[in-house]
Design a protein. Structure first.
Length: 278
């Protein structure tokens, strides 16, 4: 981590990453493309998600989350920054001379050799079926359905732990504390996601937030009654209602939004709430 000199009140608390692990500045040309981002607007052009807009232009890196190169050995030739995700990405060169991006794991180094196979050595970067991974091993980039590619545990510093294997299912403990059953035929990558220090970053100034494409957030309490249910009143006033609401009158904060009840049978233990953690 890199701390700024306290030359101004803003820079006093700024904490940024030094990115010393990165070995390449420009991305691989054949593995990137540019697309115009919606920035919080629907196909009709109306705002569907507030507080988004602006930001620097970005090239999207095509990252392989599945098993496209099955049983083909590969070697890490570069570690790069990806503006679309919190983790770093590793550029692999396969034995058939093709190249591809994957999510980088912790302690990744240039020259590391990895492989995607149904069963292989249990070492960071190798990808295999959950059935073939030992209990107590950290994994990330996990599939929920066999063959569909990894959709869970892909953010910086995260990992899940294998607790048990039984009846064709594997019990995983998620970063949230939830314990979940997943089909043992699903693939996962051994190790933990790179860039664990990302959670300690303090942007320090409003301008750096705007570079990320985030616009200012105004509290509903300071608006007029015509703009928000929480607005209005002389001076500081309470909400004036039993529970907080969105600008469109829907209940907010504490309302359950989970709809996929048919997957409840795969959840062995719910994640702990913030109150229970304290």
């Amino acid at each position: 981590m890199k701390k700024s000199a306290p030359t101004t009140p803003t820079r006093r608390h700024t904490v940024l990453e030094d990115f010393s692990i990165l070995t390449k500045k420009r991305p691989e040309k054949g593995l990137t493309f540019f697309f115009k981002r919606a920035k919080g607007r629907s196909s009709s052009g109306r705002i569907s998600c507030r507080h988004k807009g602006g930001g620097v232009k970005k090239l999207y890196r095509i990252v392989e989350f599945g098993q496209k190169y099955l049983n083909i050995p590969s070697k890490v030739i570069a570690i790069e920054y990806d503006p679309f995700r919190t983790s770093f990405i590793a550029l692999l060169e396969y034995a058939n001379k093709e190249k591809g991006y994957v999510i980088a794991w912790q302690d990744v180094k240039i020259g590391d050799e990895v492989i995607v196979s149904e069963k292989c050595d249990i070492k960071p970067g190798n990808r295999m079926k959950l059935n073939n991974i030992l209990v107590g091993t950290q994994v990330y980039n996990i599939e929920l359905q066999p063959g569909r590619g990894g959709i869970m545990i892909k953010s910086a510093g995260s990992s899940a732990v294998i607790l048990a294997c039984e009846n064709g299912f594997v019990n995983l403990k998620m970063p949230s504390g939830e314990i979940r059953k997943i089909n043992g035929e699903c693939f996962a990558t051994v190790g933990a996601v790179s860039r664990p220090e990302h959670k300690y970053v303090k942007l320090g100034k409003a301008g750096r937030t705007r570079w990320l494409g985030k616009r200012p957030t105004v509290r509903g309490k300071v608006m007029n009654p015509c703009d928000h249910p929480h607005g209005g009143g002389e001076g500081r006033q309470p909400l004036g209602m039993s529970c907080p609401k969105t600008p469109w009158g829907k209940l907010a904060k504490g309302v359950k939004t989970r709809k996929r009840r048919y997957t409840d049978k795969y959840i062995l233990q719910r994640r702990k709430s913030k109150q229970n953690k304290q």
